[in-house]
Write a protein that binds this ligand. Structure first.
Ligand code: TEU
Ligand code: CA
Length: 575
């Protein structure tokens, strides 16, 4: 790979358990992914972020790793993994592995040995300090730290009269990164996978590895950046590998510290400021989404990340599907799915598309909590019901924000189980697979899937979109949920993106100089299929007099400067 290749690609995130099942056990697997590599090549992506495939008891669907250098039985074998890496590279697709180092599974060898050492008081054991054990205080938990999966973050070990820390499930004990031996083992694991040909890592909750639990510090600890720089030096920093760290609490300042190449830490981070706009007092307490807030947050990160590099995403395996969350999956499903893709993927940064997003897949509603699989939702449900809260209200919060919304099986066709498996799927398929699936959308020119193919193709063939400068275009009176911006370079090439992020018809009035500039531009892309780009090139790009443009619900309009030849012949669509 060449340096900074990851700035010029589009990444596709696969949640293996739900992507494609090749042996009819109802669980997605690596052979299933291999069988869909041509689909991904055709989509135009250049890298796969693969959620954890390592040996795991699946308490948290693979985010509880029992052996970082072995493949989970349900997903296949190390040979399957090696074939996936080779076959992906043949198609110009790099593999990015999801590494979970904040914690291991309690079934990891390290934890078994650590528990024994602690029980035996064997302080000479190298494993004694691999995890975070504390004595009870007044017969209780060492402090009030809470797990993100409900309840205390401390689990009592009767046999040793000790507690161990777990910021997630009790089967996910936190590693002690203050122990240099642990940091060395982690670096060795990344070297093992780099030697196998992977091209980078997504680093799970990396902001938590420097935690100081005795001072109630769980993220952004005092040694965090020191540990990341050390990790960089010892492993991936010696290669062109891409790294992206999951940092829920990152702000602009810390994101620049993580991603400024002069700091030798990470290539990118996933920050979540645009992904908590409908959180009330917490994730489960709903607050009405206000598109103006999304515009302001995106503008802040686009204008502010001058020294670093943004990741661009609205979906992942932990988040509800954006078309249901910020869009409208009833009246304007396809328009709003395409709208948010346009909004995000003409920005500056690396796009991360989550499996099924390219189809406009939606959230799901299962009748019973028993149909849900996600430990976060189930633990929350049990905790709140035990406190006497109304179960219907709790279920509504799971419908909105539950992680299983993103984990229903990929919808390939109208066949049984959406073509995902001939067995019984580990989680129910969303019943709308009969109308939302790859097979149908490949055939329809105006489908969400073909829109994504155009977007990805344009993006990967345009230095202007990848490296061009960014500037917001503030219409006059910007409180209506319209977001518009321009991308431009020094030789006058320019793209203008105008997005109505609402379900209403909107009349936008631009400042005269902006409207004047746009009126000389050509239409490049529209998410409404009644605008035939070739024939009505002037239609939308003619700003009506008085500098006004009318936008329909969730309408996106992309203009390009006269001399910019970004209009691609559409032949690639039928590759
Ligand atoms: O997620 C970290 C994390 O904090 C999220 O679980 C978040 O708290 C919650 O999902 C908000 O919706 C990472 C992984 O992405 C997630 O799948 C794992 O469950 C978690 O770490 C533990 O490894
Ligand atoms: Ca399987």
């Amino acid at each position: 790979m060449y340096k900074d290749w990851w700035k010029e690609t589009v990444v596709y995130q696969i949640y293996p358990r739900s992507f494609m099942d090749s042996n009819n056990d109802g669980i997605g697997d690596i052979k299933g992914i291999i069988s869909k590599l041509d689909y991904l090549k055709d989509l135009g992506i250049g890298a796969i972020w693969l959620c954890p495939v390592f040996k795991s008891p699946n308490d948290d669907n693979g985010y509880d790793i029992a052996d970082y250098e072995a493949i989970m039985d349900e997903f296949g074998t190390m040979q399957d993994m090696e074939i996936l890496i080779t076959e992906s590279k043949k198609r110009g697709i790099e593999i990015i592995l999801d590494m979970v180092f904040n914690h291991t599974s309690d079934e990891h060898e390290w934890f078994k040995k650590a528990k024994k050492a602690v029980k035996d008081g064997d302080t000479d054991s190298q494993y004694y300090n691999y995890y975070i054990f504390r004595k009870p205080v007044d017969g209780k938990e060492p402090n009030k730290l809470k797990s993100l999966f409900s309840g205390s973050a401390w689990e009592y070990m009767e046999e040793a009269d000790m507690y161990y820390l777990h910021m997630f499930s009790k089967k996910q004990p936190d590693l002690n990164f203050n122990n240099e031996e642990v940091r060395k083992r982690v670096a060795d694991i990344m070297i093992f996978w780099l030697n196998k040909g992977v091209s980078g890592f997504r680093l799970d909750v990396i902001e938590m590895i420097g935690k100081e639990p005795d001072n109630m510090i769980c993220a952004n600890g005092p040694h965090l950046h020191e540990y990341i720089r050390e990790m960089n030096r010892r492993s991936y920093g010696r290669t062109d590998a891409m790294t992206v760290g999951e940092c829920w609490s990152a702000d602009l300042g810390t994101a620049i510290q993580y991603t400024n190449p002069e700091n030798h830490e990470l290539s990118m981070v996933f920050q979540f400021e645009h992904m908590v706009l409908d959180y009330g007092k917490d994730k489960w307490d709903y607050k009405e989404f206000n598109p103006v807030e999304l515009k302001d947050v995106i503008n802040k990160w686009q204008m502010g990340m001058d020294k670093g590099w943004n990741s661009l995403f609205l979906n992942n395996h932990d988040l509800p599907r954006i078309v249901s969350r910020y869009g409208d999956d009833k009246r304007y499903r396809e328009e709003s799915a395409k709208l948010f893709a346009t909004l995000m993927y003409f920005l500056k940064g690396t796009p991360f598309i989550y499996q099924g997003e390219e189809l406009g897949m939606t959230n799901v509603r299962f009748d019973s909590i028993d149909d849900y699989q996600d430990i976060e939702s189930i633990n929350m449900y049990k905790e709140k019901v035990s406190r006497g809260e109304n179960s219907d209200k709790i279920m509504k919060s799971i419908y909105r924000q539950g992680r299983d919304n993103a984990r229903t099986p990929m919808q390939w066709s109208t066949q049984k189980n959406a073509g995902f498996t001939n067995g019984t799927p580990w989680i129910k398929v969303n019943s709308n697979y009969t109308t939302i699936n790859v097979e149908d959308e490949l055939k329809r020119d105006d489908s969400v899937l073909n829109y994504y193919k155009r977007l990805i193709h344009l993006r990967r063939n345009s230095n202007l979109i990848i490296y061009g400068k960014y500037e917001p275009i503030e219409p006059i009176g910007t409180d209506k949920g319209v977001m518009s911006y321009r991308r431009y370079n020094d030789n006058g090439n320019e793209i203008v993106v105008i997005c109505n992020m609402s379900a209403n018809d909107i009349t936008v009035q631009f400042k005269h100089e902006d409207a004047d500039n746009m009126s000389n531009m050509k239409l490049l892309l529209s998410n409404y299929s009644d605008i035939d780009i070739s024939k009505n090139i002037k239609e939308k790009s003619q700003i009506l007099k008085e500098d006004i443009m009318k936008l329909r619900p969730y309408e996106a309009v992309v203009l390009q400067s006269e001399d910019e030849q970004l209009i691609s012949d559409e032949s690639f669509l039928n590759d």
